[in-house]
Design a protein around this ligand. Structure first.
Ligand SMILES: *Cc1c(COP(=O)(O)O)cnc(C)c1O
Length: 372
């Protein structure tokens, strides 16, 4: 029998575009038959996870017949003491991605609006579309900086959430502290600022804020953090949110009890306390950014100065071809068309050696282009 599907999916789902992840290493290896492939496409930690996180997972393996702690008490305690927050101001989630969905489920009714600076991280739109809410995009300025006045003028009676990703993915630009302060002071108090500081550890500018000071002083803000980036745990899925207690309590209504598995909880406790690994990761990233800037300057390729672990580079009309040629040479980067930026490529910072391989690959593609 041929099954004819007469089930109607929810209308809201028609607006959801599928997420396009960076190509996995194994896929490129298999497709192109290459032995050496480097991935500079998903902003992962090129140094790998903290060795302490690996030990923590290994030592917990024999306990995986048991359900995990639904409250992730140990992890919350460690985060709370490290960030001077209370446990009631924290929620632990299956990556920050899950938290974005939970925030959407908590606050968005059909017809509500979210404000999202553009270009930015696609999961914000996903959460809104899932709930039948409307996405109001506010473009960043021509240097990809935030413009608080244009964000404020996009506010309507239907606005529930304002997303600020700082440092912003994919531009690497950030919202200076005085601007966040101005935003929080200007907004009606029935709007929640969702401050995604997934890349906060890579920021080196003095006027950068990860937003936590405003959580501590009780503003309507939720700060998103993840273990997928500097902590090197993208594969086990764990992140967290920090917000005033009443906001956390609302979001806990929609959290599934066992959303974060026991190995991820243990790994996160170990990773966040491994200061040495975090410091080294930050140093390698800052040096890697400089290495890449220097090469891009020499190649005459314009880029946006980044406070993160990736750099947005303008390759012009050849961008797509260059992306594909890099792939053929075993270097995976992220092509900008997902953000409506067909002339751009986002390159994650790798180890010194990986960055050198990337730079050499760009040089070889460029010189081949000149000889054509
Ligand atoms: C990577 C990333 C996250 C976190 O992702 P998870 O792996 O789900 O924790 C959140 N926000 C932005 C902007 C990111 O780039």
């Amino acid at each position: 029998m041929i099954y004819i599907n007469l089930l109607k999916q929810r209308k809201a789902l028609d607006y959801i575009k599928p997420y396009i992840p960076g190509k996995p290493l194994w896929e490129v290896q298999k497709e192109l038959g290459l032995t050496r492939v480097i991935k500079l496409a998903s902003n992962e930690n090129p140094l790998g996870p903290s060795p302490k996180a690996i030990d923590a997972i290994t030592s917990r393996l024999s306990g995986i017949n048991r359900y995990p702690d639904a409250h992730a008490f140990e992890l919350k305690s460690v985060i709370a003491s490290q960030l001077s927050l209370s446990i009631s101001q924290l929620i632990i989630t299956n990556g920050a991605d899950e938290l974005i969905t939970l925030i959407s489920e908590t606050y968005l009714e059909s017809g509500d609006e979210i404000i999202v600076p553009a270009p930015s991280f696609s999961e914000y739109d996903f959460g809104a579309h899932l709930m039948g809410a409307k996405v109001v995009s506010v473009p960043l300025d021509n240097k990809y900086q935030f413009n608080i006045d244009s964000i404020l003028s996009a506010v309507t009676d239907y606005t529930k959430l304002i997303y600020i990703c700082s440092p912003n993915n994919p531009t690497g630009t950030y919202l200076p502290k005085y601007m966040l302060k101005k935003l929080l002071h200007s907004l009606p108090k029935n709007i929640l600022v969702v401050f995604d500081s997934a890349y906060s550890h890579f920021a080196t500018k003095e006027d950068y804020t990860n937003g936590l000071e405003y959580v501590r002083s009780g503003y309507p803000i939720i700060v998103l953090q993840t273990f997928s980036k500097i902590y090197g745990l993208a594969g086990v899925r764990v992140g967290f949110g920090a917000a005033p207690k009443s906001i956390i309590q609302s979001i806990l209504h929609v959290k599934e009890p066992f959303n974060v598995n026991s190995l991820a909880q243990a790994a996160a406790v170990a990773a966040i306390t491994d200061e040495e690994h975090v410091d080294r990761s930050k140093q390698v990233n800052t040096a890697g950014r400089e290495q890449l800037y220097k090469a891009l300057n020499e190649l005459g390729l314009p880029y946006t100065e980044s406070m993160s672990n990736f750099v947005l580079v303008e390759f012009g009309t050849e961008a797509k071809k260059i992306y594909e040629e890099l792939l053929n040479l075993g270097v995976i980067v992220r092509y900008g068309d997902t953000w409506g930026m067909p002339k751009h490529i986002r390159i994650s910072i790798g180890t010194h050696e990986e960055n050198s391989i990337l730079i050499e690959a760009i040089c070889s593609i460029q010189s081949k282009g000149e000889n054509r």
